[in-house]
Design a protein around this ligand. Structure first.
Ligand SMILES: CC(C)(COP(=O)(O)OP(=O)(O)OC[C@H]1O[C@@H](n2cnc3c(N)ncnc32)[C@H](O)[C@@H]1OP(=O)(O)O)[C@@H](O)C(=O)NCCC(=O)NCCS
Length: 198
């Protein structure tokens, strides 16, 4: 019977793959630039609004169960050789530089709900997205959350489960919630290491 389940699995996987590629073709016909040659894991979901732009190059690798979401007006762009591990969510106006990699269950979400008014529920107050910029050669540890307006410089490391709310400089290693710089990867290259800790 094992051969039977293997056969069914192969048929279902092939059909899912074809459906996914057809979805990419439709998105590309609508003006997006999403490579069908990138390494796509199973069950990746891409939601791209009409007036958004999603760019994924051939060299990107996106593991299973990731979600990429672009709302109207968003540019969601991955650089060359970006690696996205399983169960990540990348949502909004987000740019990620070349050679950046992230562990599983990372959330990069540029949206906030408005909550100033107290006379109506939060879900009636609308919201806004503030773009997120992630540089090149950044390593984002598993479970990290990158919030609206965050900016992460080239070559930085974000520790697992950290929450990035603001700017993390290039070459920094940042940890915690909110993430704070704990050291610099290149501190031996700097003239005065004491200047490195912010
Ligand atoms: C950040 C990390 C790379 C360690 O870097 P490191 O230079 O070896 O840092 P250390 O282990 O020496 O820790 C330095 C300090 O940061 C703290 N720290 C390390 N990781 C932390 C985290 N995830 N959250 C909060 N604090 C953390 C340590 O407790 C230590 O604090 P202390 O100086 O008060 O004792 C590692 O902890 C990490 O988060 N790795 C991510 C792993 C991962 O997600 N893998 C998925 C595969 S892509």
């Amino acid at each position: 019977m094992r051969w039977f389940y293997k056969l069914i699995h192969r048929i279902v996987s092939k059909a899912a793959r074809e459906t996914f590629i057809a979805r990419l073709d439709a998105l590309n016909a609508a003006g997006h630039a999403i490579s069908t040659k990138a390494q796509w894991g199973p069950r990746v979901e891409i939601h791209a609004a009409d007036s958004s732009l999603v760019r994924i190059p051939d060299s990107a690798e996106i593991l299973h169960d990731c979600w990429l979401i672009a709302h109207p007006g968003d540019k969601l762009q991955l650089g060359e050789r970006v690696f996205v591990s399983q169960h990540c969510t990348i949502s909004g106006d987000v740019s990620i530089g070349d050679d950046t990699l992230m562990g599983g269950f990372v959330s990069i979400i540029d949206a906030n709900h408005n909550f100033e008014r107290t006379d109506i529920p939060i879900n009636k107050q609308g919201g806004e997205g503030i773009g997120i910029r992630i540089g090149e050669d950044v390593w984002i540890g598993a479970g990290a959350v990158i919030l609206a307006g965050a900016s992460i410089g080239d070559h930085a490391v974000i520790a697992a489960n950290s929450t990035v709310t603001g700017d993390i400089p290039a070459w920094a290693v940042a940890a915690g919630s909110p993430a704070r710089v704990i050291k610099y990867r290149n501190e031996e290259q700097r003239e005065d290491p004491q200047d490195n800790i912010q």
